[in-house]
Design a protein around this ligand. Structure first.
Ligand SMILES: Nc1ncnc2c1ncn2[C@@H]1O[C@H](COP(=O)(O)OP(=O)(O)OP(=O)(O)O)[C@@H](O)[C@H]1O
Ligand SMILES: [Mg+2]
Length: 256
């Protein structure tokens, strides 16, 4: 069963077709990666899927429902969460507070209801804290819970961001460059974490430049170049596809 289905998505900025007619699907427990040279349209595609950009054409289907252009908080309630290429962590809050912040997106209680019903609000806060500590354990940050997020290493921050997205208990998780800026050890930790989350049945859509990580972890790879899907398949077939090799070599030549 396909949980997330991308159907002919496209968008232009001015005259530039940043993404055109891209389709693919992601099943529960599967890791699908979107790769391609710089400027290929990967982040733009993510932004359309996650409700940040309004697609010019095409549809995003989540569990059979058309969720095209639905804002991120409504997508989160339907089980789709994302992290960002540029970290979006609250630097001066603690690791625990950052993770707890993930829970508040999901809450329906109003401030007034909280004031009128303090015991329920306190109970919810306790549950959020317990849940956050459990997530920090899963991502290997339980000992850093009380530290300021700004004092963490880059790899730990990336894992914190994943923990915060997991607070929403997603069925589909979009990760934009989770290993960017990480060293080899940190990348391995991210690798293990993604595999674990997928094994729990979450559908994972990944944008990542680290080819070793992509080849190790993906069930399926979609290759973009100049906004178009030029290839897709399992890691072995994609890595020997002549069009893919040419796109990457072309990008290298263009960069000098
Ligand atoms: N908001 C925008 N306005 C205008 N052009 C944009 C906008 N966002 C992206 N683009 C353009 O769309 C194209 C695709 O950019 P995008 O950021 O999606 O690439 P990418 O594959 O994520 O690249 P990278 O690997 O460098 O992160 C680029 O030519 C970029 O300049
Ligand atoms: Mg990008």
């Amino acid at each position: 069963m396909t949980l997330l289905s991308i159907e002919g998505l496209g968008i232009s900025f001015g005259g530039l077709k940043a993404v055109s007619d891209v389709s693919f699907g992601v099943k529960p427990g599967e890791v699908v990666s979107v790769i391609g040279p710089n400027g290929a349209g990967k982040t733009t595609l993510f932004n359309m899927i996650s409700g940040v950009y309004l697609p010019g054409s095409g549809k995003v289907m989540l569990n059979g429902e058309d969720v095209t252009a639905m804002p991120p908080h409504l997508l989160a309630r339907r089980g789709m969460c994302r992290t960002f290429q540029n970290l979006q962590v609250f630097q001066s809050m603690t690791v625990l507070e950052n993770t707890i912040a993930g829970y508040h997106l999901q809450e329906s209680g109003s401030v007034l209801a909280d004031i009128l019903n303090l015991p329920a609000a306190r109970r919810r806060a306790k549950q959020a804290e317990a849940g956050a500590r459990e997530l920090l354990r899963r991502v290997g940050l339980e000992r850093a819970a009380e530290r300021e997020a700004g004092s963490l290493s880059y790899g730990s921050l990336k894992r914190l961001e994943i923990a915060r997205a997991m607070a929403l208990n997603p069925r589909v998780l979009l990760l934009d460059e989770p290993a960017a800026g990480c060293n080899a050890v940190e990348t391995e930790e991210i690798d293990r974490l993604i595999a674990e989350i997928a094994a729990s049945g979450v559908a994972i859509l990944l944008v990542e430049h680290d080819m070793k990580l992509v080849m190790r972890i993906s069930n399926h790879i979609v290759v973009l170049d100049h906004g178009e899907k030029i290839a897709e398949g399992d890691p072995a077939s994609v890595s020997r596809n002549p069009a893919v090799i040419a796109a990457y070599l072309g990008a290298e030549n263009a960069a000098g």
